[in-house]
Design a protein around this ligand. Structure first.
Ligand SMILES: [Zn+2]
Length: 172
């Protein structure tokens, strides 16, 4: 559901005199608080090993539980997207990476616990710096694997945005 529909009361004053101004903006008639439906910034990395194989994780959680994913996650406040992608990949896999280049960004939308999210995902090509602390975060992923470019099938990636990114990057 649209987050502006979920929010029945003004998050600032708690009153219900809180109306749509446009489809992406609600304004409180009592306190003037404005709430925009904005994207959430995400980042994801195409990480390759020395054999040119791609690092992927198998998602342990919904959305798209059990399918492959490109490691990454949401940006925290105060972080750059480059910092976020390196931190997320390290948290998920224990692999230290560095950003080599920005590839492209893609908007996504899906429902999480009943509320629509609008991630805007930034995709980077990353290189591995250190694999000595490699350790899977099992709350996020059930498996991590390196797959050769011939084995890459966009249909194995459950998140629509990941699938589009894989198609785009590998021309598949
Ligand atoms: Zn208010």
């Amino acid at each position: 559901m649209d987050p502006l529909q979920v929010l029945k009361f003004c998050p600032n004053c708690g009153k219900s005199n809180w109306n749509y101004q446009t489809s992406r903006l609600k304004i409180c008639q009592d306190c003037g608080y404005e709430f925009y439906k904005n994207p959430t910034i995400g980042s994801a990395g195409f990480v390759f090993d020395e054999k040119g194989r791609l690092l992927v994780v198998r998602r342990a959680k919904n959305p798209a539980k059990g399918t492959l994913g490109i490691p990454g996650g949401f940006c925290e406040a105060g972080e750059t997207v480059e910092e976020a992608v390196c931190r997320e990949i390290f948290e998920e896999t224990g692999i230290k990476v560095a950003v080599e280049e920005f590839l492209f960004d893609l908007p996504d939308d899906y429902e999480y616990k009943g509320i629509d999210l609008y991630p805007l995902d930034f995709y980077f090509k990353c290189k591995i710096i250190d694999m000595s602390q490699m350790k899977l975060d099992e709350s996020e992923s059930s498996e991590m694997l390196f797959i050769s470019q011939e084995e890459i099938n966009p249909e194995d990636f459950g998140l629509e945005a990941n699938r589009r990114a894989v198609k785009r990057y590998f021309n598949k």
